[in-house]
Write a protein that binds this ligand. Structure first.
Ligand SMILES: C[S@@+](CC[C@H](N)C(=O)[O-])C[C@H]1O[C@@H](n2cnc3c(N)ncnc32)[C@H](O)[C@@H]1O
Length: 211
């Protein structure tokens, strides 16, 4: 696990916000990445970073990892994090599935947040969806005891698929409400949620805990 060192960027925060992964390296050590032992929450596919940034500002005692593979979104999010000098945020521009599988140790994550994962509506593209049995096993493995997973989508058919996968899990229990830290942030948590709410679309949510 290495910090990026981009020569054109001058501020210390901008150098340290982004980290990169190398195939032959060991699993991630959050204490080295953040310089403290605070709990770590992970957002997958954070887009322009609205949820991640609002969370990091509201809860400075929590460390946040934001993973986004699209360069255009990643750059916007990184610039916003740097501007706010959020030292409890680290960002990775890579495939979240690979990072979770290969680099996150057992029980190392306090919460996963996954909002509006790409629905891949065409039947021939469905295998590209983030949620599947294998990925869920990795979420289960890497969540700490009492760790939570919460997700949202506007795509009912994908919601039903995720719901069925989670209901089949014997390692995660459904929660009646979304986790408190997320609830406290209010509505319109992400850029996509804001857009879809304005369009009057229904939003489907789920929350689970590892007992
Ligand atoms: C529909 S957007 C939602 C963005 C944001 N969560 C929101 O609600 O505004 C889904 C995002 O997930 C990212 N994404 C999808 N699969 C990913 C993966 N395997 N690793 C990292 N990012 C991923 C996409 O690049 C895209 O920016």
């Amino acid at each position: 696990m290495t910090f990026s060192s981009e020569p054109r960027q001058s501020s210390a925060v901008s150098r340290e916000v982004e980290f990169r992964i190398r195939e032959n390296e060991d699993q991630v050590r959050w204490d080295r990445l953040f310089g403290n032992e605070s709990p770590v929450e992970v957002e997958i596919g954070c887009g322009k970073g609205r949820f991640l940034i609002n969370s990091a500002m509201a809860f400075p005692g929590i460390n946040y990892i934001g993973i986004e593979r699209a360069l255009r979104y990643f750059r916007i999010m990184k610039e916003r994090v740097v501007r706010r000098e959020l030292d409890n945020v680290r960002l990775l521009r890579d495939d979240a599935v690979y990072f979770v599988e290969r680099f996150i140790p057992d029980g190392a994550v306090s919460a996963y947040h996954i909002y509006f994962p790409d629905p891949w509506p065409k039947k021939r593209h469905r295998k590209r969806r983030l949620f599947n049995t294998r990925f869920l096993e990795e979420i289960e493995r890497t969540l700490a005891s009492e760790g939570t997973l919460d997700f949202a989508t506007d795509y009912v058919e994908y919601y039903e698929e995720i719901h069925a996968l989670l209901e089949a899990s014997d390692r995660l229990d459904a929660l009646e409400e979304i986790p408190e830290r997320v609830r406290e942030l209010g509505r319109d948590l992400t850029n996509f949620e804001t857009k879809y709410t304005a369009e009057g679309r229904a939003i489907y949510r789920g929350a689970y805990v590892k007992p």
